[in-house]
Design a protein around this ligand. Structure first.
Ligand SMILES: NC(=O)c1ccc[n+]([C@@H]2O[C@H](COP(=O)([O-])OP(=O)(O)OC[C@H]3O[C@@H](n4cnc5c(N)ncnc54)[C@H](O)[C@@H]3O)[C@@H](O)[C@H]2O)c1
Ligand SMILES: [Zn+2]
Ligand SMILES: [Zn+2]
Length: 339
């Protein structure tokens, strides 16, 4: 079978690789779709902490169970599934404290040291495999992984009913965070993005207040400001817009060496909370349930699908910021423009 392999930092190829057999408590999955995200680019560029090459990338996957190893009882061949890519050691201080997303030996399928889903078939630990309803759109279900990250983001926001939310960035993550806000009790949600195509995506998923700059909005301050860009300019623009007693969340991943400026006096005087959020913590199952309950308007979020042969083209398009969520559909024979 064929797989995209990141052979070393900056290099990838489409390789013929041996067929896989699921081991003890493992599931073999035929990949339906795998989303491309910024993490894949960081992994390829050698910027992700701990990546071991060669590696098959791809961590936002959905598919169909082909076979199960012994000790697997919750799925059978033919089941549709989504896969939580996070694996943790279970032994470090943070795992033992229940903070497994902060595991010092955190691994991610397709991210660190275990192969991911940019291939026709892949194996995942059974505990990471979540069964979907047969009627759930299997391609759109590749959004469940980013949704699980978004739900983790909400888990650590001090939420109250009737608050006003401002989200920077209308990429996949910003669109998910903004769509969840009303469910977290928000009275209003505003989203800003520099890119008009992304602003249109925000309107298409149903966000009413969409701007190129927060200066254009009809408010000056928001209870909750969430950065979903990782861009210092956006962070520095957003933090002063947090209302006294409110919260700023770093959802976006800034470059490791980046520094952002803010007024420590203001943070003290107005009791501003600044919180991070990292990947998935006990939120994948809830993401499956919310996705299947229709919490997310997912059709306008996915713009293109590519075959395995077109992986580089898809990555170049991602780097250019063109389109919306881009997917690889490794068992599909042609690329598709979905919107
Ligand atoms: N915390 C987590 O667990 C987690 C999980 C997944 C992704 N992320 C991070 O979230 C961020 C967003 O992911 P994505 O897939 O949506 O990325 P994306 O690149 O598709 O979207 C980012 C958006 O930000 C916009 N943007 C850039 N600079 C801006 C500015 N100054 N003001 C307003 N908008 C601006 C871009 O136009 C783009 O539409 C990334 O940094 C990603 O690494 C974090
Ligand atoms: Zn991702
Ligand atoms: Zn650990």
């Amino acid at each position: 079978m064929r797989a995209i392999v990141f052979t070393e930092a900056g290099k990838l190829s489409l390789n013929e690789v041996p067929a896989l057999v699921p081991g003890h408590k493992e599931v073999l999955i035929e990949v339906a779709a795998v989303g491309i995200c910024g993490t894949d680019v960081h992994v390829l560029d050698g910027e992700f902490e701990g990546t071991v090459f060669p590696l098959v990338p791809g961590h936002e996957a959905s598919g169909t169970v082909l076979a199960v190893g012994d000790g697997v009882n919750h799925v059978v061949p033919g089941d549709h599934v989504a896969v939580n890519p996070s694996t943790t050691c279970g032994e470090c201080e943070l795992c033992l404290a229940g903070k497994t997303n902060l595991c010092r030996n955190w691994n991610g399928l397709g991210v660190v040291a275990s192969d991911g889903a940019s291939t026709e078939q892949f194996t995942a630990p059974a505990a990471n495999v979540y069964k979907l309803k047969p009627e759930t759109d299997l391609y759109e279900a590749a959004l469940i992984e980013p949704l699980a990250c978004a739900i983790r983001g909400y888990d650590i926001l001090p939420r109250k009913m009737g608050e006003h939310y401002l989200v920077y960035g209308a990429g996949t993550m910003g669109l998910l965070m903004a769509q969840l806000a009303p469910r977290a009790g928000a009275a209003s949600v505003t989203i800003v993005d520099l890119n008009e195509n992304r602003r249109q995506a925000a309107r298409d998923v149903g966000i009413a207040n969409v701007y190129a700059s927060a200066d254009e909005a009809d408010r000056d301050v928001w209870d909750v400001v969430i950065d979903c860009t990782g861009v210092v300019k956006a962070i520095e623009d957003g933090l002063p817009r947090v209302k006294a007693g409110g919260t700023f969340q770093h959802f976006g991943v800034a470059p490791v060496e980046a520094k952002a400026g803010y007024s420590p006096f203001r943070v003290y005087r107005d009791e501003i909370n600044i919180v991070g959020t990292m990947a998935v913590l006990n939120s994948f199952g809830r993401a499956v349930e919310m996705f299947e309950a229709g919490a997310i308007n997912s059709t306008p979020m996915i713009s293109h699908s590519f075959t395995l042969d077109e992986y580089e083209e898809a990555l170049a398009m991602f780097r250019a910021g063109t389109g919306r969520k881009l997917q690889i559909r490794p068992n599909d024979s042609k690329s598709r423009v979905l919107l």
